[in-house]
Design a binder for this molecule. Structure first.
Ligand SMILES: [Zn+2]
Length: 283
């Protein structure tokens, strides 16, 4: 038993804090294999576990930077929801929006961009899961519709990367209308023969799956992505049956013919580029 201890001087305390700041956050535990990974190695491998291949969720901005060659332009970044239902749950929808806008530096759950992918001019939209679960309300619906119309006008292929819990409850029927609106715009795109590639990242569920995410000329998913409409618990309770192993995972959907391909993140850009060569001829 120690009878006395030496109190640290203020200078020593500051040095300790410095040391903590410098080492904290350098290592990361993989959710899947529980191994410790060096954070820098994880960033270099595009946020895929170098030990087990688990694909971590990434934000919309990282996704767009990953797919575009160098610089790209943003569109419609100032559209905001007007809260058409004056919705209140545990807090008002307007407060929730303000909080999300502050924490994500986005006005809503999507980023729409134009640029080049392996030298070919393309438009890409990516949904932001951190913004109210990547949910689709009037703003996301409008931004995506504008991206579709822009793609038709410019005859540029469109890629939408979904990571979304579905339609936004706080906008009720207004959000459900976005499914029809975006789907109708995609039909025009189909008639104009401009390609649309849908990339389904983890998770893509609800009305997002039930509309544009499954309407691509190619529907491709990342390994292990959860893709579905209703949640598994709701389905089990409704049909009173146990669901099969791996239900609602990308691999299960590929086997049952709901997806065209599962592509690892490191190969995604090359895969999209080759598919577009096939659709449009080499750029
Ligand atoms: Zn791992």
């Amino acid at each position: 038993m120690a009878w006395f201890t030496r109190q640290k001087s203020d200078k020593e305390k500051i040095e300790d804090n410095d040391r903590k700041v410098r080492t904290e956050g350098l290592w990361f535990k993989c959710d899947s294999c529980r191994q410790i990974i060096w954070k820098k190695a994880l960033e270099e491998s595009l946020h895929v576990c170098p030990k087990c291949g688990f694909h971590f969720r990434i934000d919309a901005l990282t996704r767009l930077n990953m797919l575009f060659d160098g610089a790209w332009a943003k569109h419609d970044e100032r559209l905001v929801s007007t809260d058409p239902l004056s919705f209140v749950d545990s807090k008002t929808y307007l407060d929730r929006l303000a909080g999300m806008q502050k924490s994500t530096s986005l006005k809503d759950a999507v980023i729409s961009g134009s640029g080049h992918l392996n030298g070919r001019a393309v438009n890409i939209c990516a949904l932001e899961l951190k913004f109210i679960g990547g949910s689709v309300g009037a703003v996301v619906g409008e931004v995506i519709t504008r991206a579709i119309e822009r793609s038709i006008e410019q005859r540029r292929p469109l890629i939408i990367v979904s990571a979304s819990g579905g339609m936004r409850m706080q906008e009720g029927a207004v959000s459900l209308m976005q499914m029809a609106k975006v789907s109708a715009a995609l039909m025009n795109m189909d008639e104009a023969a401009v390609p649309f590639i849908s990339v389904l990242a983890d998770p893509t569920t609800g009305g997002t799956t039930a509309s544009f995410a499954m309407l691509g000329d190619l529907n491709i998913a990342e390994p292990g992505a959860q893709i579905g409409f209703a949640g598994p618990r709701v389905i089990e309770q409704t049909i009173r049956q146990k669901l099969p192993e791996g239900f609602q995972r990308a691999e299960f959907l590929l086997k049952t013919g709901m997806l065209d391909a599962i592509v690892k993140r490191a190969e995604l850009k090359r895969f999209i580029s080759k598919s577009l060569d096939f659709f449009c001829g080499s750029s």
